[in-house]
Design a binder for this molecule. Structure first.
Ligand SMILES: [Zn+2]
Length: 153
């Protein structure tokens, strides 16, 4: 390696360090690029009577230089983003063409982190529990009590 190359490598390394992105920057990018698309795919599946939809995403789309606590890979980042965009008060929601705020509340997500980077989206209202035994989904892991407790008082 000549000194020119070594200098270039040094500059590139510096650039990388300064390219570390904050959670806010990344969430904005992810919402702008993916939220409406995911929402519309889910809406289409709902209209067709389905209660779940699988989508293969691009792992690279969720790969950022960042130092967010607990985020070590694309799947971690995607799961964290889902927590954010399920919150109706999030600052990282987007508007659709009718000006409606798009949020994934009431949508359960399960990022498989497999080869095809599949995510399972589900919204079966007739089933209140979680079907993803031991998997890192974000279902509310609460089953409705089978007995109405008020009757026992
Ligand atoms: Zn689940």
């Amino acid at each position: 390696m000549n000194s020119g190359e070594s200098k270039l490598r040094e500059i590139n390394n510096l650039k990388k360090v300064s390219n570390i992105q904050t959670k806010e920057e990344i969430f904005r990018i992810l919402s702008d690029k993916h939220l409406l698309d995911i929402y519309e795919t889910i809406s289409r599946a709902k209209r067709n009577g389905k209660t779940s939809q699988f989508m293969n995403h691009r792992r690279e789309d969720f790969n950022f230089r960042t130092k967010i606590d607990g985020v070590n890979n694309s799947a971690d980042l995607m799961r964290l983003w889902f927590v954010e965009i399920r919150n109706p008060n999030s600052n990282f929601l987007v508007l659709n063409k009718d000006g409606k705020k798009i949020c994934l509340d009431e949508i359960n997500t399960n990022v498989w982190n497999n080869q095809k980077f599949t995510t399972e989206y589900s919204w079966d209202a007739s089933f209140s529990g979680c079907k993803h035994n031991g998997m890192p989904c974000n279902c509310l892991k609460i089953r409705k009590p089978l007995i109405d407790l008020s009757e026992l008082n």
